[in-house]
Design a protein around this ligand. Structure first.
Ligand SMILES: *Cc1c(COP(=O)(O)O)cnc(C)c1O
Length: 406
């Protein structure tokens, strides 16, 4: 019997294989992870780390939450995929439960966040064409947005590295500065059908808008008869300390886009949830996805929603987020510009590039990643307890000290 070590080439060998046979569209921190549980992950050499990235908020429930694994295996024993050519016994309940949780009417399930954003764009354009009678409906977006990686979506990104040489791009998008109500007011002309916005711009470096921006933006859209479309793929499902970040402003979007944590950390599930009027724009043949709404994904997502509610994870995100912010504020560092965020969606902005810090944090047993070069994300799973927040803060302090003494 081969032992585990000989079954499993060591880290360096695996990195070499990945570099040879995998496309280089990422620049990962060189830890090769082999297992995970809760907030913890272990690499092929047996070193353990606190996961402070949570797969960009996909792991709000942590790694391999027992209830999610149980839902996965129970459903896997019964039925996994039917395609939407037939009905299945999970999809109706998933739609009902998610619509109820969101306080909206109708759900359209997809798999990845990008697909859900594309779905929202199609909904908004059809509504613009059919209800508003606009010939070529435009969608207003914000500078430094992140909505995914499809050719249409990168076409309205302001990040050159996402766009370079991938054109030509889809027309029909107008980009305005984020957190600028006057700019939005000017942009909402008669040919606009929707405003697509993130309540916090996470990828841009955890950019939190001024209090009331989302409320004012949503009101402006309502007054002008334009759809307010919130991309809560990263901020939604308790990450920021409310079920949805829009809840801070008491805003109910016309279309809410969800993904990431909706899959409970084990399986890709995304969806758009909207008002009956907007969602009625979809008729048979107009949109679809082979895997979207499959019973396995629906069963997992249903359990993920229940766990988020049962474990009170929104409140946990607020409490642990406050604790972590407080502990990090104590940290001695010459290079910290600001620690900001909401709930457990936190960013530490540095005066210097953050990559070296992320490498040092990995050595200190904390995994995270730089975003927009100068910001370190600190976004552990929402199930993290008080003691582990202390442990996390201590490890971060060690990592910072090492980065700055090197
Ligand atoms: C991650 C993310 C997306 C894209 O989701 P994928 O599942 O990677 O396609 C879109 N919008 C926001 C705000 C995100 O954080």
């Amino acid at each position: 019997m081969p032992n585990q070590a000989s079954d499993h080439p060591a880290a360096d060998a695996l990195i070499k294989i990945e570099d040879e046979f995998g496309a280089h569209n990422y620049d990962p921190i060189d830890v090769v992870l082999a297992s995970g549980a809760g907030i913890w992950v272990t690499d092929v050499e047996g070193a353990t780390y606190i996961d402070a990235l949570s797969a960009y908020s996909s792991l709000n429930l942590g790694h391999r939450h027992p209830r999610i694994l149980a839902a996965l295996t129970e459903q896997a024993k019964r039925l996994t995929i039917t395609s939407r050519a037939f009905r299945n016994d999970q999809l109706p309940l998933f739609c009902e439960e998610l619509a109820t949780l969101c306080g909206l009417d109708v759900v359209l399930p997809m798999n990845t966040g990008t697909e859900a954003v594309e779905t929202a764009i199609k909904a908004a354009r059809r509504w613009g064409t059919r209800v508003k009678k606009i010939k070529e409906p435009k969608i207003v977006v914000c500078e430094n947005n992140f909505h995914g990686r499809s050719t249409t979506i990168i076409g309205f990104s302001s990040d050159e590295s996402y766009r370079r040489d991938f054109g030509p791009f889809t027309p029909g998008f107008v980009s305005i500065p984020y957190d600028d109500i006057a700019a939005l007011e000017r942009a909402l002309t008669d040919d606009v059908c929707a405003f697509l916005v993130e309540p916090i711009q996470a990828e841009a470096g955890i950019i939190v808008p001024k209090t009331g921006y989302i409320r004012d933006a949503a009101k402006l859209c309502k007054d002008r008869g334009i759809l307010f479309v919130a991309d809560e793929i990263q901020t939604g499902l308790a990450r920021t300390g409310k079920m949805f970040a829009c809840d801070y402003d008491d805003v109910k979007p016309d279309v809410l886009i969800l993904g990431k944590a909706l899959g409970g950390g084990v399986y890709p599930v995304s969806a758009i949830v909207g008002t009956r009027e907007v969602m009625s724009m979809f008729d048979p043949g107009s949109h679809g996805s082979t895997w979207g709404g499959n019973p396995l994904g629906c069963a997992i997502a249903r359990e993920a929603l229940r766990v988020i509610v049962d474990e009170n994870l929104a409140q946990a995100a607020t409490e642990r987020g406050d604790q972590l912010t407080y502990e990090l504020a104590d940290m001695r560092s010459r290079n910290i510009v600001e620690i900001r965020g909401q709930g457990l969606l936190l960013g530490v902005e540095l005066k210097v590039p953050a990559r070296k810090y992320c490498e040092a944090l990995a050595k200190a047993g904390v995994l995270t990643k730089e975003t927009h070069s100068h910001v370190i994300r600190i976004c552990p799973p929402l199930i993290i307890d008080e003691e582990d927040v202390e442990e996390l803060a201590e490890r971060i302090a060690v990592g910072f000290a090492n980065a700055e003494s090197a």
